[in-house]
Ligand binder design. Structure first.
Ligand SMILES: Nc1ncnc2c1ncn2[C@@H]1O[C@H](COP(=O)(O)OP(=O)(O)OP(=O)(O)O)[C@@H](O)[C@H]1O
Ligand SMILES: [Mg+2]
Length: 273
């Protein structure tokens, strides 16, 4: 079994000029140092998946990149803009849907556009376009409580995509849906990404999902956490259901799994002492 590359390398999905640059990033909540010295780039057409144990700071990292949370050290650049507050062109899909329960699908999808100051006519044109794109046509007037988890997450995705972001931040978007729906949504996302590629940071607990979607997988570890390893996912594109059957897919999944498990065992060892 050939060793996957662990750093750099030429990437089919990455443009030469990175869209996101994270440099020496550190974040504390009071006395709690969540992560420190995190540095990575994401290309214009690249999906970087991030895995790591619960509580290692994945959501915090995405919120810092989104400009929703201030960071303590280092810097984040999106294009040429230093991130100190939310900026145009960056959209986030949240871990727990993040929809407004009192708004319909159409109103939820329109929300991001309204916030971005889009003219009414543009909103009226784009809302049905993106509802169609994620397969929610017919549910325009439904409220979140009337929809399954998978449908709610499609709505969250439509809301993020409608602003036509060049950076998409995904925080375990499929964690709260059943396994079958999750698989459907993963391939839907890949289809949409092929149509409208962006720089994407995709946080997940699922190693399979990280390897299927990512051009690189970043493994976070430790307390405070930092980047333990970056594994280049050299699988052919476009990724399809057939990708899951490739021997290389199994090798890479094993590689990420053993990296994470090594961490879990080390954590146990620390606890036992
Ligand atoms: N607003 C906050 N104030 C104080 N501590 C926080 C806050 N948000 C998160 N934390 C702490 O920061 C750490 C990282 O939290 P975060 O939610 O980023 O982890 P995560 O990797 O996304 O976890 P999970 O995989 O469970 O979603 C945790 O120890 C958490 O308790
Ligand atoms: Mg989280």
């Amino acid at each position: 079994m050939s060793e996957p590359q662990t750093q750099g390398g030429s990437l089919s999905g990455a443009a030469a000029e990175p869209r996101i640059r994270v440099r020496g990033l550190g974040k504390n909540y009071g006395a709690l140092e969540v992560f420190k010295n995190i540095s990575f780039d994401v290309g214009n057409r690249e999906i970087v998946a991030i895995v790591g144990p619960s509580g290692c700071g994945k959501t915090t990292l995405l919120r810092c990149i989104d400009g929703l949370l201030p960071h303590d050290t280092g810097e984040i650049l999106v294009g040429d803009t230093r991130v100190t507050e939310p900026i145009a062109g960056v959209a986030m899909v949240f871990q727990h849907f993040g929809l407004f329960p009192w708004k319909t699908v159409s109103e939820n999808v329109a929300y991001g556009l309204r916030m971005a100051g889009s003219p009414k006519a543009e909103i009226a044109r784009k809302v049905p376009e993106f509802i169609n794109l994620v397969g929610l046509a017919g549910f325009e007037e439904a409220f979140p409580y009337q929809m399954s988890g998978g449908m709610q997450q499609r709505c969250g995705l439509a809301r993020a995509l409608a602003v036509e972001p060049n950076v998409l931040l995904m925080d375990e978007p499929f964690a709260a849906v059943d396994a079958q729906t999750r698989e459907i949504l993963q391939f839907e996302l890949l289809r949409i990404w092929q149509e409208r590629p962006t720089a994407m940071v995709f946080v997940t607990h699922s190693i399979e999902e990280a390897v299927l979607l990512g051009h690189r997988v970043i493994v976070l570890k430790g307390r405070p956490s930092n980047i333990h390893e970056t594994i280049v996912i050299d699988l052919p594109e476009p990724r399809t259901r057939d990708t899951l059957r490739l021997p290389r897919f199994a090798e890479l999944r094993e590689r990420v799994w053993s990296t994470l498990m090594r961490e879990a065992r080390e954590a146990e060892f620390v606890l036992e002492r």
